[in-house]
Design a protein around this ligand. Sequence first.
Ligand code: F0G
Length: 469
Amino acid sequence: MTEMKTTGQQLGRRSWAEPWKIKMVEPLFMSTPEQRRAAMHEAGYNTFLLKSEDVYIDLLTDSGTSAMSDRQWAGMMLGDEAYAGSRNFYHLEAAVQQYYGYRYIVPTHQGRGAENLISQAAITRGQFVPGNMYFTTTRLHQELAGGIFVDVIIDEAHDPASLHPFKGNVDIGKVQSLIEREGAGNIAYISLAGTVNMAGGQPVSMANVRELRALCGQHGIRIYLDATRMVENAFFIQEREPGYADHSIAEIVKEFCGYTDGAWMSAKKDNLVNIGGWLAVNHEDVFERARNMVVVYEGLHTYGGMAGRDMEALAIGIEESMQDQHVRSRIGQVRYLGTLLEQWGIPMVKPVGGHAIFLDARAFYPHLAQSVFPGQTLAAELYLDSGVRSMERGVVSAGRDPETGDHRYPKLELTRLTIPRRVYTQSHMDVVAESVKAVYDRREETRGLRMVYEPQYLRFFQARFEPIE
Ligand code: F0G
């Protein structure tokens, strides 16, 4: 029997295709069910502990997993591997200034290096750090610097079914009451992320950041942006926000960043490199502190843990990441997978966000309590079914409350299918969708997991589990 692919036309639109072609291929290992059972057992039912060689389609993360372009690879040959003052640093600095608009740049080895710098430079012990939902490494660095994270995202973000077009928005009223209750001086800064990873890759609107800027301006509170997926955020503004349809992605990113005082970046996402990051700020005081600290934690302030060649690839990646056709096809691929799953009634976070499909593991397994880790269970089941690797984003990721030591039970119990940029084809998406359906069809037989090993920090990376019989 010949199987028919679902074409764009059948989905009610014209087909699109990627604005690139493949120049080099990397063969994949296609495992048997027995091999996958053995590998999953050895990995303690944690997809972070699988060997990449045992994975068929790797949707663990979009972080550092993108394919670089021929121009980026050519740039790797232009690495100036000087300890100090590498020419590639100046290219990187110029690219960040041109596309994001910030004044001062400090390079770091990846996003969490920059998170450490900004947290240490801008938080005084005991201060509050309001943010539009936590991110694992971001909140940990804020807490290690003595900050107290406060979630100020709109309530809709915690509801997987809400179709709000900007579910990443800050609830301005929540920020206002925090200022009234604690005083502006007790707020370190606003930790604003575009898009919001843990909410499902959901965007923040331009109107929202403008309003936030006005409020913070009155109280002298700075706004720092997690710009990791800001390019994807700009796509949603272009598509959904009145007045932005004829603005380019680059214009939208620049305007949005203009309402903030600086940004930290995991360049492993939007910026299309396998390693790298940066911190960029407009105020000299914060810059001075961060630039001094970078030599302690990362490396000299003109390489920050990156090789010269890495910085060159990053400078070129920044420029490529801003191209409208690139962003359209990147998010188009995520949506294609979403549309396939939706037609089979698979529960997931809606609207589909920028970098991933977030399966709603609670609704997927309504018979499983959150204490048996439905999100983790679903990730394990998917791997066992097809060798597709995904990631838990639920109670395991949320960790424990530093005060009480109890599990933090987030409202969102999700399993993330994260799409690397420029790596997989539409056929890979078909295989993934069919595997999710197969796991869904036998959901009632699934029992859940028990945690048998738990590390102290960011436990989701290294925790181990056993199936409940
Ligand atoms: N901020 C966001 C929104 C992120 O998604 C990440 C990483 C970081 C900061 C930290 O950056 O990994 O370069 O140190 N997210 C990855 C993920 C790990 O899979 O979502 P990093």
